[in-house]
Design a protein around this ligand. Structure first.
Ligand code: SAM
Length: 173
């Protein structure tokens, strides 16, 4: 989990990251966030004047166990309502657990983004359709996450077919 104080980054660093990610996509690596999704987030965060964000799931091998799942039931008070944007792109079988934690950490009018919620299109395929094992193994968890926000009255939701699907949840209360 990585927390950033300010989203502003030097142009050069951004360019390096984009070149690196582009290279990974050309080599068929689907783990990294694609450029269109990165640009969407960049635009959204600028529009929101975001200055405090959190990311859960970082592809560089960084595996700090997220504080969200480690939080005790009464939570860590100083991070409550602190983040403009929280992006979750980690273990899909824990997405609902993340949602239950991060909803209290994001500011009211802030955004939570859940990545890969179309899960290679498998969420609308029949269960017996041919699909790779890793897609099949996590498909049920992604479907579960897709259903949950619709009945969560604390958020507005919007699912976009960008990358492998992003579900944006705007906290309203
Ligand atoms: C799809 S990749 C994230 C890609 C990321 N959006 C990027 O562009 O760098 C998923 C990442 O989540 C990490 N991850 C999986 N389970 C995690 C957990 N419980 N806590 C933190 N990170 C986790 C994996 O190590 C992997 O790097």
């Amino acid at each position: 989990m990585t927390c950033t104080g300010l989203m502003k980054q030097e142009e050069e660093k951004l360019r390096e990251k984009k070149i690196g990610v582009d290279g990974m996509h050309k080599s068929g690596n689907l783990m990294a966030t694609p450029l269109d999704e990165g640009q969407l987030f960049s635009m959204l965060l600028k529009l929101m004047n975001a200055n405090n964000t959190m990311e859960i799931g970082v592809y560089t091998g960084y595996s700090l166990r997220s504080t969200a799942l480690a939080l005790p039931p009464d939570g860590k008070e100083d991070n409550k309502g602190a983040f403009n944007f929280i992006f979750v792109d980690a273990d899909k079988d824990n997405y609902l657990n993340y949602h239950k934690r991060v909803i209290d950490l994001v500011k009211i009018r802030g955004l939570i983004g859940y990545d890969k919620t179309l899960w290679n299109g498998s969420v609308v395929a029949s269960a017996d359709a041919p699909m790779k094992d890793y897609i099949k193994n996590y498909r049920g968890h992604v479907i579960e996450l897709n259903k949950y926000p619709a009945q969560d009255s604390r958020i507005d939701i919007c699912q976009l077919p960008v990358g492998d699907g992003i579900t944006l949840c705007r906290r309203i209360i």
